[in-house]
Design a protein around this ligand. Structure first.
Ligand code: SF4
Length: 337
């Protein structure tokens, strides 16, 4: 996980840093405005004893106020380790802020924009999962439910263990039971099925961002850039993963790109990760076969500042849901240790 940011930049420095990123309009006036919001967010963080956790898919300017940047697993771990803050501002989507609240019931956890949801998390409800689990348990008494962390807290509470894209196969292999109901991502389930001897029964959900990336798009870039290393996220379709050089979680992509001798990479996941790589690893080239997640991009500097000024929007969970989700998340952390 990337640690806290660096010194605050003025508008001019921010413009030079961010204007290399293609898909946003970073003009000087915008960067001046961002620089003053960043300074105010940093001041409020100190005054309120707040930390900002940001997912890899966030807007690049959000990285400037983040205390930690990472993928789902790293942010879940970090949320569990928060000690000396009273407020956690979660720059990510709703289910991630819920996870922070699961580990920090006594702290205020804020999501800057309440509608920052997730198509994947929305594809499974606790009621539908309870029905399917009961139905399958009659056929497979040893059935275990493994839920990808991209789901709501009440779905996690019905799961035997959670997993992330970084540890999904490890969790499936480690949990007792040969039949695994894997929710909610069908592409990740298919990928895990290729890595394990256990029987995976997948849910019919997907991340709309990764599911829309086609093998034709990837092949086109490969033809134009012979020798490029293709790094793909396991939420992509199976035919996309087949043409990748490595199938990796977002943070594993960062480590791979840092350590590889290769200098050209095609990053097949949400575009925010490519932005992070471009900013953090100068001298290497990162090409994008990626899409923007509209939910992740709902979080802005404006909403983050508003969140700190007005303490909104606090995440609340029922005690039984929180405890059930905590157990499934703790089981993941134990099994992946
Ligand atoms: S990238 Fe996909 S899985 Fe992640 S928040 Fe967006 S829709 Fe959900």
């Amino acid at each position: 996980m990337a640690p806290a940011t660096h010194t605050a930049l003025d508008g001019d420095q921010l413009y030079h840093k961010l204007s290399v990123l293609g898909q946003y309009d970073y003009d000087r006036a915008t960067c001046d405005r961002y620089a003053s919001m960043i300074a105010e967010i940093r001041r409020l963080k100190e005054q309120l004893r707040a930390v900002v956790l940001a997912h890899n898919y966030q807007r690049p300017e959000i990285f400037e106020v983040a205390d930690f940047i990472g993928d789902s697993l790293e942010l879940a771990r970090k949320a569990r380790e928060v000690r000396d803050a009273e407020i956690i501002v979660f720059c990510g989507v709703h289910f991630m802020a819920e996870t922070a609240k699961v580990f920090n019931p006594e702290r205020t956890v804020l999501l800057p924009y309440l509608k920052a949801g997730c198509s994947l998390a929305d594809s499974v409800t606790a009621e539908a999962l309870a029905d399917r689990k009961a139905e399958l348990r009659r056929i497979y008494p040893d059935l275990k439910v493994v839920s990808y962390v991209n789901c709501t807290a009440d779905v996690k509470a019905l799961s035997d263990a959670c997993c992330t894209s970084a540890n999904a196969t490890k969790i499936v292999d480690a949990i007792d039971g040969d039949h695994i109901l894997f929710v909610p991502d069908q592409n990740l389930a298919n990928y895990v099925q290729g890595q394990t001897k256990k029987q995976i029964i997948s849910w019919d959900g997907n991340c709309y961002v990764h599911h829309q990336i086609t093998v034709a798009e990837v092949e086109k870039v490969k033809r134009g850039l012979p020798g490029v290393k293709v790094l793909a996220h396991p939420e992509c379709r199976a035919d996309v993963l087949e043409v990748a050089d490595a199938v990796l979680s977002t943070s594993a992509m960062v480590r791979y790109a840092e350590q590889s001798d290769a200098t050209e990479f095609l990053i097949v996941t949400e575009c925010g990760l490519s932005d992070r790589l471009l900013l953090e690893i100068p001298g290497k080239h990162f090409y994008k076969a990626c899409k923007l997640c509209r939910y992740m991009k709902m979080i802005t500097l404006e909403s983050t500042l508003d969140s700190l000024r007005n303490l909104r929007y606090p995440i609340e969970l029922d005690d039984d849901v929180r405890e059930g989700a905590r157990q499934a998340l703790e089981r993941m952390l134990e099994l992946s240790a």
